[in-house]
Design a binder for this molecule. Structure first.
Ligand code: MN
Length: 228
């Protein structure tokens, strides 16, 4: 048995719908600007020639169902971004678009919480985004639903205190799930436990302490958390 100088940190994990066993989280990748209407609201052109791009969050940013989200420090403009999450269950690098879906364990509903004010400041200075995206509790997620076959295409929606803020369809993605996984696998070897947040549709906006955030992806799942 290996000795450590202190106890290793707990393994971040997410429940699996209908299963006692948990999904252990290895890495969290996120896609930026993957819906045209969100690209517009963030100040990009609809036909932006730049392809969607990736950033990452720490694995322990994954915030499983039933966990409140503390309002993070260093921001006064915390935004919700409702996203379909692909949970990876097999290893693969440089996979083709046709092979990509065979890596999928299941899907979940997730929120890519963002310190929008810091993100804007970093973008202006050309600095990295970790402080805006990769903070503690920044990746709320529903239980993962095991899945085979074509990915979800249906309604993706988010409400704050019962008011609908985001309401779109997953089918409106610029890069579909297979393309996102294939592209990610060209940058990193994907391994079981990886989560890929696939981008948010339009309607992102602020949340404050006390808000109840509820999200749903048709056929996949629901999540609900309070900002405290
Ligand atoms: Mn996002």
């Amino acid at each position: 048995m290996t000795d450590y100088v202190f106890a290793p940190p707990p393994q971040p994990a997410v429940p699996v719908a209908g299963d006692y066993a948990l999904f252990p989280v290895r890495r969290i990748y996120c896609v930026g600007r993957n819906y045209a209407a969100h690209r517009r609201e963030m100040g990009g052109a609809e036909n932006d020639p730049d392809p969607p791009f990736f950033f990452a969050k720490p694995s322990d940013a994954a915030t499983p169902p039933g966990t409140d989200v503390p309002y993070p420090s260093q921001t006064s403009n915390l935004h919700h971004e409702m996203e379909l999450v692909a949970a990876i269950g097999a290893s693969g690098a440089n996979v083709s678009r046709d092979e990509a879906l065979s890596l999928v364990f299941g899907y979940a509903a997730g929120v890519d919480l963002t310190r929008r004010d810091l993100q804007s400041a970093y973008r202006e200075k050309g600095q990295p985004w970790e402080g805006a995206k990769g903070f503690d509790f920044s990746a709320p997620i529903s239980a993962i639903k095991r899945w085979e076959g074509p990915p979800p295409q249906g309604r993706i929606s988010l409400s704050v205190n019962g008011q609908v803020k985001q309401d779109a369809v997953v089918a409106d993605m610029i890069w579909d799930v297979a393309s996102v996984i294939a592209e990610a696998s060209r940058l990193w070897r994907l391994e079981p436990g990886d989560l890929i947040y696939t981008g948010t549709p339009e309607g992102v906006g602020p949340v404050v302490r006390g808000d109840l955030v509820q999200g749903e992806i048709e056929g996949v799942g629901e999540l609900s958390f309070r900002i405290v």
